[in-house]
Design a protein around this ligand. Structure first.
Ligand code: ATP
Ligand code: MG
Length: 396
């Protein structure tokens, strides 16, 4: 048992000593069996939330309606969730009601995929009621129970399935695959933020090539904003399958490029990503187009940042195009300023020294100074800047 589980064992034992069942469940059990790094340790129990709260001294109600109590112990927090079943899904994404139950088997039945439906007892025994171990060994992703029902209940599971395939390099079991395809249209009803999270994890996964191929194969793209151009999407697969995106900006930026976007605005508007993310994608796209026209200039580095330039260069490398990472390093080492604030003289100081009135003139002049410094044609010292103004201002 990994350290994270060993540390949480007293929680399971305390629940058991109070007469209830308790197990580790969810993705962490799957990841342990796959010898992968685990993140969150989830606990499921037959105790109802009120009963869980009586067992522990320090708890926080974080999702009582869904059966989840946060237990605080030894400086750590654990989500302890009552075994539950879910009622009719009203809007294809959230159960209208959850029922607390005493049977572990009923709880495991509501989980999405067989490899996510294990329970691990405190004695190390794995409870595998849906053939998850066999699927782990065969590297197959299979829906628990009837796939059509499962995707009909919650279409987000389609995206989760593609994401797990991309993270784990698992094949979609044939009925699961067929059913994903049949229900892909239900993705139109799922909140775009939640789809983004899954697609983002897919694109930045080691086996994104596989996950993205599956996404195209189940014909999910017509239900994703601005993804209708299948040929454009398929161009992403021209990247070598062993290439891995460095980060989300690079992945979405390159995808946006294939889709013919010139900036990241469609991500902001239709995919509801953060303003920061959308603008980072815009910088990436600008850098990509600059690079297609030739080498980067000092201004490119100044305006778009070293990260955008490097992400673009990595994609050029992936496409076997000529690259020059060294050039970016050289530009970077030569850059005198990283922002306007770093200019050795303020606009106000220049106005005072030369008796310039507020207005467009000073704005333009200061911008010119900034550019000259960035290009390395003007030294960023008060003396050089004042001399520059003298030469240029007095002429105008
Ligand atoms: P991750 O590695 O991203 O944390 P995970 O499998 O742990 O993956 P979570 O979203 O943390 O995913 O959910 C924990 C568990 O809850 C899952 O393993 C699965 O058993 C169940 N689960 C989560 N989302 C769904 C869903 N939409 N439908 C059915 N079961 C789900
Ligand atoms: Mg998890």
């Amino acid at each position: 048992m990994p350290a994270e589980f060993v540390k949480a064992l007293p929680i399971l034992q305390k629940i058991r000593n109070s007469g209830y069942e308790a197990y580790f469940v969810g993705g962490s059990v799957r990841d342990v069996l796959l010898h992968r790094q685990i993140h969150d340790v989830d606990i499921a129990t037959s105790a109802y939330p009120a009963e869980t709260k009586q067992i522990f001294e320090h708890t926080i109600d974080i999702g009582i309606a869904h059966g989840t109590v946060l237990v605080l112990a030894d400086g750590d927090e654990y989500e302890v969730t009552t075994f539950r079943t879910e009622d009719v899904y009203v809007d294809y994404r959230r159960p209208s009601h959850v029922n607390f139950v005493r049977q572990l088997s009923e709880d495991l039945l509501r989980r999405d995929f067989t490899i996510n439906a294990f329970a691990l007892a405190d004695d190390g025994q794995v409870i595998d009621l849906h053939g998850g171990i066999a699927d782990l060994e065969a590297e197959i992703l299979r829906a628990v129970g009837n796939p059509a029902e499962r995707f009909n209940e919650d279409a987000l599971r389609i995206m989760r399935g593609l994401r797990f395939a991309a993270v784990l390099n698992f094949d979609l079991e044939s009925k699961t695959f067929a059913s994903m395809k049949d229900h892909a249209h239900l993705l139109a009803k799922i909140s775009i933020e939640r789809i983004f999270i899954e697609l983002d994890k897919l694109l930045t996964a080691d086996y994104w090539h596989k996950g993205f191929r599956d996404l195209l194969a189940i014909e999910a793209y017509p239900y994703l904003p601005d993804f209708s151009d299948q040929t454009a999407l398929a161009r992403l697969l021209a990247l070598p399958s062993d290439f891995k995106f460095t980060n989300s900006v690079q992945a979405w930026g390159y995808l946006a490029h294939q889709l013919g976007a010139t900036d990241g605005k469609f991500l902001l508007k239709k995919w509801k990503v953060s303003r920061e993310f959308s603008s980072a994608v815009s910088d990436f796209l600008t850098a990509y187009h600059k690079r297609q026209q030739g080498d980067f200039s000092p201004e490119d580095l100044y305006k778009l940042g070293k990260s955008s330039l490097t992400l673009v260069e990595e994609l050029f490398a992936a496409q076997n195009l000529e690259t020059n990472f060294e050039h970016i390093s050289v530009l970077d080492s030569q850059l005198q300023i990283r922002s306007r604030q770093a200019i050795a003289v303020s606009a106000g100081q220049i106005m005072t020294a030369f008796g310039i009135q507020p207005g467009p003139q000073i704005g333009q002049l200061y911008h010119q100074i900034e550019l000259e410094i960035v290009k390395g044609q003007l030294k960023n010292t008060p003396q050089e800047i004042f001399n520059y103004v003298k030469r240029n201002f007095e002429r105008t």
